[in-house]
Design a protein around this ligand. Structure first.
Ligand SMILES: [Zn+2]
Length: 205
């Protein structure tokens, strides 16, 4: 672990512990005093761990993030640790593992900031998302209960339907109708093909 990062972790944790210890002598109620004591103990464990060069757990990384926040927001640099706080925050961002949902959300929020983000970029993102999702289905619904795309409001979608056919030799002897396996908004997912279907959205039929 980088020496500067280590130092900043120690600094923010000790700073927070000092504040909480001081509060223990004040007029906090018993419940809050107990919470402070528990947090101080957890904080001390983090420092001991970092001193030994061991990695904090995800829960401990969150506690470090919480303790660092006040210094991160200290843009006037009143205690002279703002630069270090920004560096620690960047480090925490790198250390924190994202769930697929979280990763997707971060990227989408970032892309949404630029009104010129081409539809293709969203498509690329969704393609990667589907690769990363083993059953090929996004967890959140993509359409409302009337089949309208939740992202763009278009009513037109392509769906794959997988039927199961029973062959005997070359001959199909039975057909089981399949379920919809994959449904994509045409406007969002296949923008090049959308003009062909656009009139359905205009007429509402
Ligand atoms: Zn759409």
């Amino acid at each position: 672990m980088d020496e500067e990062i280590k130092q900043q972790i120690r600094f923010v944790i000790e700073d927070d512990n000092e504040l909480m210890s001081a509060a223990l002598n004040g007029d906090l109620d018993q419940k809050n005093k107990q919470m402070n004591r528990e947090l101080i103990t957890k904080h001390e464990a983090i420092i001991a761990k970092v001193e030994k060069g061991k990695w904090p757990t995800p829960a401990e990384l969150q506690l470090i993030r919480d303790a660092n926040e006040i210094h991160l927001n200290d843009e006037d640099n009143l205690n002279g640790r703002h630069t270090q706080a920004v560096k620690l925050n960047d480090w925490l961002d790198q250390m924190t593992e994202f769930s697929k949902n979280k990763a997707m959300k971060i990227l989408e929020q970032y892309l949404d900031k630029d009104p010129h983000t081409p539809v293709q970029v969203y498509r690329a993102l969704h393609t990667l998302w589907e690769e990363a999702t083993p059953n090929g289905m996004a967890e959140k619904p993509l359409f409302d209960d009337k089949g309208k795309c939740l992202k763009c409001g278009s009513n037109v979608s392509f769906a794959d339907v997988t039927d199961t056919l029973v062959f005997v030799g070359d001959e199909i002897v039975k057909r089981y109708d399949g379920d919809i396996a994959n449904r994509n908004c045409v406007k969002c997912t296949y923008p090049n093909q959308y003009p062909e279907y656009e009139h359905y959205d205009d007429t509402g039929v």
